[in-house]
Structures are given as structure tokens and as C-alpha cells.
Design a binder for this molecule. Structure first.
Ligand SMILES: C[S@@+](CC[C@H](N)C(=O)[O-])C[C@H]1O[C@@H](n2cnc3c(N)ncnc32)[C@H](O)[C@@H]1O
Length: 451
């Protein structure tokens, strides 16, 4: 875990420091695509050498730990130990740069704009093709055609496009088998997420720029690409009135847990929870208590009150019997004045869905019960500046940021924007520390109320 500042002093907020947290001096290829190296080695040669060195080291580490080498074999399930993160980042970035350098400009644009990819992903998910193929088994295009009611040539077109993305494979002509990726798509949550992306997110995403033009700089949840694509309905309105889409949305949210760096099981490791002592934590916007369970399981000193909307109050069923006396639920409107006095208020991904003026309201709503020294722990993204983190991670983060805009004019925040938000809510919110754990996309901001 990386810790910045105890207590934080202004100089530690500079991005050069933040950049240091993510620097990879011994293997990382810079994202800058130029030949400004000392020995004038062409960039593609330099990249190839970096890939070769890093891959050799990576394989050595995997072999030393008895882990399988990466493969698209359907039985391969990726498990990378923490000590290969830098090597993996280096290879992923250098190989992507090499790949994109060797493409023509139009093909680079095509790579990122290849919207037809989502058509095949949608078809594979919607027809549940991965569920049809037994583990280790094979089905012909004709057999898949019989199961789906589609002609062979329709199946072949959809699936060969999917295979070009490593989803399924054709081990012999006309015969379809699993890859590790199609096996992953057989997971119901991942299937739901894929359908959510194709059927709900994509149409809304195509309207983001229309929304920006119609309502420039809006922070309102009802002035979004989603609303334009859904006859004026916001995300909560669609969820409340269309159960099938609500289920897809829920799956989409559950799939977040599979994104490396978001997994909720990392929560106990990203902050020194034990140091809080015997305290009550109010988990504001705590959904069905998933975070509360992770914390209460590991830290016997904590009791957690989960606050959320009425729809989440069934969360008690998830709580193991032995934790029930330390995890309770309370229906609470996010923007309403806080009613519970506590030593710690915990907000996990509660602010990123909100525009600044609404995030500010949520912070202000806590003030009536705050006593001097109360802590606000905010687990959310601290957006990296360009080139501060490996590009493959940066691409994921910028793409999620765009989705937040689409769904409700929410946003990821840079560190200076977090500071501005806290200051706008009240000068008595003092940002003490920012933890930016390695391998985790979510940072932890520790804020103290100084009355
Ligand atoms: C992005 S989710 C985060 C959930 C959870 N903290 C986690 O880490 O998975 C935001 C949460 O805020 C809750 N929420 C959003 N608007 C709310 C409102 N107006 N009143 C109460 N809860 C709200 C949602 O129900 C949801 O559980």
C-alpha cells in the first residue's frame, strides 16, 4: 500500500509526487512515442527489447510460483501475483504501443471505433452461446444454428467476428470451442454486463455529445446521453419501471467487482482499519452491506451501520449470522441531513455518480452531527493525470469516467478537484491523507472534521 503524507502537507499534493507512485523505472516504457533516447535506437526496436526483457522476467516469476503461463485455453484462469504487476504493466503498454505504431492511422482509429465488435459480443451474450458449449466440448455452426433458430451463415458471421476478439475459437473448420474468454462470458453476471453494455450503455453513449451540446457543462442527472436515449427517463426511472433492464443494470454493477483494482475484497487491505479502535462506522450509500461485511469479517473492533435507499434494505440476508450484531441497516436519503452520530463515516464510490453540486450537498448533509475529530473516509477514484499510470489502466479509467457522465453527469475527480469539493462543502473538512494503493483503482481519502 502506498501512503501519501501523515499529515498531508501541501507539497505532497503535487502531481510529480503522485506520478512517482506510479513510476516504473526499471521496465516501464514511457508512453511518449518518440525517439529521444540517448542511443538513437528506433522506438520499435526499443519497445521490442523492453517486451522481451519484461516477458522473460514475468515468466520466470510465474514459473517460480508454479503458476500457469497466460493462455487462451478454456481452462486457463488468470492469477497474477502482486510481484509481477510492474512487469505486466510494462509488457501491456509496450506491446500496445508497438502494435499501434505499426498500424496505419486509419487502422488505429478503426481499432478504437470498431463498433461492430459490440454486435458480436451482444449476440454471444444474448443467445447465451457460451452456455451451449459444454466444457471441453465442441459445436458446429449448424448445431448452434439449430439451437438459436438462425441460419448457419448468420451464426458464422457473428461468431467469427467474436473469434477475432478471442471469444470462442474454431479448432477445425466449422467447429466452435471455448476460449478462456468465452468461458468467462458464461458467468451470469458477466453475461448480464455484456448485454447491459450492448443494449443499454451503447445507445446512451451515442448520445453523450448530443447531451453536451444541448446542456453544456450540466451536472444534472436528467441532462445526459442516457436520458436522450431513453425518452427522457433517468437511470433510476428506467430501473424502477423496466425490471428486465434493471436486472441487466444490476449485473453490470456486479461485474465491476471483476475489474482488477475494484474488487471489494481488497477493501480491508487499503486502509489501517484496525487503528480506528472500537468504533461505529456509518457506511453512507453502503448498498446491501457488501463493504460492511468485508470490514466486519476482518475487524472485530468495528460495528457498521449501512445507510441506503429503501430498495437496499434487504441487504440483511447477505450478512452472515455471526456478523449480524455488528452490521445494521437504516433507510436514509443520501441528501438528507445525517441523523447518526459516529466516529467514522465511510463513502465507497458514493460521489463518482454525482456532479459537484450534488456531491457537495451530500458532504454538507453530514455536518449537523459531526463532532470535532470525526473522520470521513472516502473510497473513490483519484483520477491520474495523463501518463502518470500505465496507459492500459488509464484507458480503463477514462472510459469509466465517460460512462459516469453518460449515466448521471457524475465524474471521476482529480486530486485538486477533490480538494476543491471538500473546501466548497466546508472549510472545516480537512484532507489529512490520500492513500493510493498499488493495484487498486480506488484511492482512500481520509478527511477530518475540525470544528
Ligand atoms: C455506486 S453505488 C455504491 C454502492 C456501494 N457503496 C459500493 O461500494 O458498492 C451508490 C449507492 O448510493 C445509493 N444511492 C444513490 N442515490 C441515493 C439516494 N438519493 N438516497 C439513498 N441512497 C442513494 C445507491 O443505492 C447505491 O447503493
Amino acid at each position: 500500500m502506498t501512503l501519501i503524507g501523515t499529515p498531508l502537507v501541501a507539497t505532497l499534493y503535487t502531481w510529480s509526487i503522485f506520478g512517482l507512485l506510479f513510476s516504473f523505472p526499471f521496465t516501464m516504457a514511457s508512453n511518449n512515442n518518440n525517439n529521444n533516447n540517448n542511443n538513437n535506437t528506433p522506438r520499435i526496436v526499443e519497445l521490442a527489447a523492453q517486451i522481451s526483457t519484461s516477458v522473460a522476467q514475468l515468466q520466470e516469476q510465474l514459473s517460480a510460483e508454479g503458476l500457469p503461463s497466460p493462455s487462451f485455453d478454456e481452462n486457463f484462469s488468470a492469477k497474477y501475483p502482486a510481484n509481477v504487476t510492474q512487469l505486466r504493466d510494462a509488457v501491456l503498454d509496450a506491446s500496445a504501443e508497438l502494435h499501434e505504431l505499426l498500424l496505419d492511422p486509419l487502422m488505429v482509429l478503426f481499432k478504437f471505433a470498431s463498433i461492430s465488435n459490440l454486435v458480436s459480443i451482444d449476440a454471444v451474450a444474448r443467445y447465451k452461446i457460451p452456455d451451449m458449449i459444454p466444457a471441453g466440448g465442441r459445436l458446429s455452426f449448424e448445431e448452434i444454428g439449430q439451437k438459436t433458430g438462425l441460419e448457419k451463415n448468420v451464426v458464422r458471421r457473428l461468431l467469427r467476428n467474436a473469434m477475432a476478439m478471442r471469444i470462442l475459437q474454431e479448432p477445425e473448420p466449422g467447429v466452435v470451442a471455448h476460449t478462456s474468454i468465452s468461458k468467462f462470458l458464461a458467468n451470469p453476471a458477466i453475461n448480464g454486463w455484456a448485454q447491459f453494455e450492448a443494449r443499454d450503455t451503447w445507445p446512451a453513449t451515442t448520445r453523450i455529445v448530443d447531451a453536451i451540446q444541448k446542456w453544456p457543462n450540466s451536472q444534472q442527472a436528467n441532462e445526459t446521453g442516457w436520458v436522450l436515449a431513453n425518452n427522457g427517463k433517468t437511470v433510476p426511472e428506467v430501473i424502477a419501471t423496466e425490471p428486465e433492464r434493471a436486472m441487466r443494470f444490476a449485473n453490470g454493477m456486479n461485474a465491476i467487482d471483476w475489474v482488477p483494482g475494484y474488487n471489494i475484497s481488497l477493501l480491508p487491505t487499503v486502509y489501517d482499519w484496525a487503528s480506528l479502535g472500537n468504533v461505529k462506522i456509518v457506511n453512507v450509500g453502503g448498498a446491501m452491506g457488501q463493504a460492511a461485511i468485508e470490514l466486519a469479517k476482518k475487524f472485530g473492533n468495528l460495528t457498521v451501520l449501512v445507510q441506503d435507499s429503501a430498495a437496499m434494505m434487504g441487504g440483511g440476508v447477505l450478512v452472515p449470522a455471526e456478523l449480524k450484531d455488528r452490521i445494521t441497516f437504516q433507510e436514509h436519503e443520501l441528501f438528507a441531513p445525517q441523523t447518526e452520530k459516529a466516529a467514522v463515516y465511510f463513502f465507497r464510490m458514493a460521489f463518482r455518480g454525482l456532479g459537484d453540486q450534488f456531491a457537495e450537498q451530500v458532504l454538507k448533509a453530514q455536518i449537523p452531527v459531526l463532532e470535532s475529530g470525526a473522520k470521513m473516509l472516502i473510497q473513490d477514484v483519484v483520477m491520474p493525470e495523463h501518463d502518470a499510470v500505465p496507459l492500459w489502466r488509464e484507458r480503463t479509467q477514462r472510459s469509466v469516467d465517460t460512462a459516469l457522465q453518460c449515466f448521471g453527469n457524475g465524474r471521476e475527480r482529480y486530486l485538486d478537484e477533490w480538494k476543491a469539493l471538500l473546501a466548497a462543502a466546508d472549510q472545516r473538512f480537512i484532507l489529512e491523507q490520500v492513500h493510493v494503493p498499488k493495484d487498486n483503482l480506488l484511492g482512500i481519502l481520509e478527511v477530518t472534521w475540525k470544528a
